[in-house]
Design a protein around this ligand. Structure first.
Ligand code: VG1
Ligand code: CO
Length: 575
């Protein structure tokens, strides 16, 4: 800690009317006033799949944000000499929260804060900046694909020095610290001007407002052949629409697609980040990216359509009247990586989250490289990427990425697809159908039952767990259970073990059902049911997905008694 004013302030006992709020001021400090504010713990600050995510109303409770941020700082130890980066996806409460966090960082002795201009930084750009400038980590304010606005969600993610999400043992430490927190520190100072680039001071801390876009664009230019992509756009034979969903990626997409690659104005829709995402739900899927889907379904559809989520780490890929499942997308990127300058040396391996379809496994086998299966959540890829065991990673939840950073990366996936389209000059649909012919098709769908009763959801999972020993050999229509388990992951790099990562039921003929509860929802519980069926015969690959999976869907309901436990006849979202 830097000496003056950073050490524990002495209690002067100025009490406020709430119990959370006993304020003590450091009297010997001349340059700034550090307050030490008493607080009592909240018991629900346990980060989920991706950070601490709650309703805005919960985050706005007095001391709620402060408690969690102080718990993070307490776990980081000495902050003097360190630099962290701060930003968010621009959602409601982003800037206000950032001001509080910066004042707390200064009070806790951080030497320097880099802050995205306007408080904006996408998740992948944050990862890029941490790595490029060898920072000790960063805080991203985002609830990702969850809705924003006063009635919506807010979130805090901490990324570590490799640029990736804090691994489980660190998020657990934050949580444990939050359970015994007694006070937090904050400087009394005017708000920082977040909109003007350049250096300023907040107490003893340097603050640098940085361009949130340029470092990221520079990295993309190293990985992809921008001249080739420019030629694709100037050929007059290609058009695309990118949907920023009024979330963080608009400025990034405009800088790359329009300013740098020469795509026409109008290529980026919903490109301005707005605190309420313009009323949109920034989840890039067939349900929520409705306008883009309508454009891509129309008679005059462009060749390529794509969208990203709130914080820019997800991608949806569309062709003319054609949807690419994220699992297929990962497999196709892996099979064509050698066409891309950044990956021309070949892939060291690939990794997918367990519920992601096994399409990429087939490609890995073909390439003779390892394929890892990890629990849901990007944090599990970090060790594999750091150890040089995997180059590409992906999740069925519209997340794809590589070892260029330690987060999934929406625009990166779009540029990867653009590069494939520029190389092959065939349609998205042709590329996918050719892939299926060569490797077989994994029919795939996820059914989400959102906001169901939490206790009932856990009962459903318990009920499944109890059946596990007896499922093998049982028949459901034409399906026969080959094996069933509760997924457990042993990290091959650090040996850490994660239990209860999803119930898997495998059937003969390479079909599979996976059940798990979401770790990102903020209302009740969300049951996710993942359905997968392999089809090697090209004659049978043209079926509609839900039809092809009909028997599996019926079986999934039957085994888990979904209707009984959730009271729902149908899922709320199908992707
Ligand atoms: C979901 C997805 C998971 C993804 C996570 C964070 O988690 O299923 O694959 O990593 O969101 O994505 P869950 O626990 O709700 O299933 V993001 O775009 O919120 O960083
Ligand atoms: Co996201």
């Amino acid at each position: 800690m830097s000496g003056k004013g950073i050490e524990e302030a002495k209690a002067t006992g100025k009490k406020t009317d709430s119990f959370r709020g006993l304020i003590t001021v450091s009297p010997e400090d001349e340059t700034m006033t550090i307050k030490t504010v008493s607080t009592i713990p909240f018991t629900d600050q346990k980060p989920g799949t991706s950070g601490l995510r709650k309703k805005v109303s919960i985050f706005k409770q007095p001391n709620y944000l402060e408690n969690f941020i102080q718990s993070i700082f307490n776990c980081l130890g000495e902050l003097n000499g360190k630099t962290l980066v701060f930003g968010g996806d621009g959602r409601y409460h982003n800037k206000e929260a950032l001001q509080v966090i910066l004042k707390m960082a200064a009070a806790n002795g951080l030497s320097k804060a880099l802050v995205g201009q306007g408080g904006i930084l996408s998740t992948p750009a944050t990862s890029c900046i941490i790595r490029k400038y060898h920072l000790q980590g960063g805080i991203i304010l985002s609830a990702s694909h969850n809705p924003g606005g006063p009635e919506g969600d807010f979130g805090v993610k901490f990324n570590v020095e490799n640029g990736g999400p804090a691994p489980e043992k660190i998020t657990t430490a934050f949580y444990e610290r939050s359970l015994s927190i007694e006070n937090y520190k904050i400087v009394e100072a005017p708000d920082i001007d977040l909109d003007t680039l350049g250096l300023s001071r907040l107490g003893d801390m340097d603050v640098e407002i940085i361009d949130p876009v340029s470092d990221y664009v520079e990295l993309m230019e190293i990985l992809f052949d921008f001249n080739k992509l420019e030629r694709l756009f100037s050929s007059g034979e290609f058009s695309m629409v990118y949907d920023g969903m009024h979330a963080v990626t608009g400025p990034y997409a405009k800088a790359i697609l329009i300013d740098r690659l020469g795509a026409p104005e109008g290529t980026v829709i919903h490109g301005k980040p707005l605190p309420d995402f313009g009323g949109l739900h920034p989840d890039p899927n067939l349900k929520y990216a409705r306008e883009l889907v309508e454009i891509m379904d129309s008679e005059v559809a462009p060749d390529f359509g794509a969208a990203s989520d709130g914080d820019g780490d997800r991608n949806m890929i569309l062709g003319k009247r054609f949807f690419v499942t994220p699992s297929d997308s990962l497999a196709i990127l892996a099979s064509k990586a050698d066409e891309i300058p950044g990956y021309s040396a070949g892939l060291k391996g690939v990794a997918r989250s367990m519920p992601t379809s096994r399409a990429v496994d087939k490609v890995a086998r073909h390439l003779g490289i390892d394929c890892y299966e990890t629990p849901t959540g990007w944090k599990f890829f970090g060790n594999l990427l750091d150890a040089g065991r995997a180059t590409l990673c992906g999740e069925e939840s519209f997340g794809t990425g590589s070892d260029h950073i330690r987060e999934k990366d929406g625009l990166w996936a779009v540029l990867f697809w653009l590069s494939i389209l520029a190389e092959e000059r065939s349609s998205v649909e042709e590329i996918v159908r050719n892939h299926w012919r060569k490797f077989g098709r994994h029919f795939y769908s996820r059914h989400d039952y959102e906001a169901v009763d939490t206790q009932k959801a856990h009962e459903l999972i318990d009920h499944l767990r109890q059946q596990l020993p007896d499922l093998r050999g049982r028949h459901f229509g034409n399906l026969c259970v080959r094996n069933a388990d509760d997924f457990e992951y042993s990290d091959p790099v650090d040996g850490s073990v994660s239990h209860h990562q999803g119930i898997r039921i495998f059937f003969e003929d390479d079909a599979r059902i996976v059940y798990r509860l979401s770790g990102t929802g903020t209302q009740g519980a969300t049951l996710r049911v993942y359905l997968e069926k392999f089809e090697a015969d090209p004659e049978k690959q043209g079926q509609e997905t839900q039809e092809a999976l009909a028997e599996l869907i019926k079986t999934a309901n039957e085994i888990a008694r979904i209707r009984f436990f959730t009271g729902r006849d149908n899922p709320s979202v199908i992707t």
